[in-house]
Design a binder for this molecule. Sequence first.
Ligand code: UFG
Length: 316
Amino acid sequence: MKILVTGGAGYIGSTAVSILLDRGFDVNVIDDCSTGYAASVDSRATFFQKSILEPAALDYALQGCDAVMHFAAKSLVGESVVKPEIYWETNAYGSRLLLNAMRRNGVEKLVFSSTAATYGDSKENPITENSATSPTNPYGASKLAVDYMISAQSTAYGLSAASLRYFNVAGALKTENGWLAEKHNPETHLIPNLLRSTPESPMKIFGTDWPTPDGTCIRDYIHVVDLIEAHIKALENLTPGRHEIINLGSGGGYSVKEVLAAAEKVLGRSIPAIATDRRAGDPAVLVADISKARAVLGWQPERSLQSMVSDAWESF
Ligand code: UFG
């Protein structure tokens, strides 16, 4: 089976490419390397360094493919507020062009990288797939728009699809050619930031007055390898004309202070940290209900917070 992986040079996409190849899938990759790295693309894949905004490039990359895993996207919440047009163009319009190209080329299976940001500041925790969607930024809104596009495509044209709504992805994958890891610039995520913390530039804890037991925000962290395992199971479980929406997290939450303590344990030393004001747009608690992933995919996360932090640390 041949899979087109869009965004296969990024953190999550390149991890998917490597694992798919190890499992015996053939893989094409399309990525313009605007945020990804050509060096992260496994050399066993056929790589098109092109944008998903180019229909001709999509046609070319889709040749011989049976399915698509669609990761290519802009994914910084803060940036999406100040430059929303990029998010609508790449995430929404780019996905529209991909759906058109899939139809033109007779490719009828899709696994889409969606996000918990579609739920916004949820009233319900844990969050189920039936919880209300009310994104609080253009990033989440653009991804939700794609979920709607995919549903319509399944109803109208029989597309087999799954939208996987990620919570907080962390960790890294060791391959024969080194680590595939988070290399964002700028880096905004908690785990890489606290591993980089120094006495001169200590990591900031964004708010210690949240309505949580220790006053810091709670998130649901999932190892990137567990996340990709769920993608492969989703691909294997696609049904013609159906669009499944499935949350992917670990089903439990850790506060910022708990993640800091886990990282201190891995490093065997204390990590410099200072409390600062809350970060704009952060909800207090985001935890996934993953019973649907367990039931529909027959999947469950295997890797602990400790292993997410230690893999991220080793990959540095
Ligand atoms: N945090 C800090 N200090 C930092 C970085 C983060 O205290 O230096 C805190 C944040 O306030 C938050 C938690 O750590 O409470 C996690 O923050 P991240 O930036 O690592 O992740 P987010 O929860 O903000 O965002 C993640 C994804 C988004 C996605 C969102 C969905 O990165 O793409 O989950 O809920 F939209």
